[in-house]
Design a protein around this ligand. Sequence first.
Ligand code: FES
Length: 106
Amino acid sequence: MTDARLPLDAAKGLERGPAVTLTLDGRAVTAYEGESVAAVLLAEGEIATRVTAGGSPRGVFCGMGVCWDCLVVVDGIPNTRACVTWVREGMTVQRQDGWRAREEDA
Ligand code: FES
């Protein structure tokens, strides 16, 4: 898998936080503290974060938590915005299929 992250360059201030491992759609992925889930998906070449109930792919649009197009399932919690969710060690991320009701909303 090609890593789409910028190459590090301390002279230009391009640094990364410590590496963490998360699970993305069942496979282990290396990410870095300070990255959003959306950044990791894009770095892994995964453009679509979810598909709508009608089957249309959606991904990062606004990148700042406004449009809700980047929904994923994080640690079993659906409708989580990938662009405003920061990675952490052991996190489980799944791309979402349609809108899912949360248990507390049922
Ligand atoms: S990309 Fe718009 S809310 Fe995440």
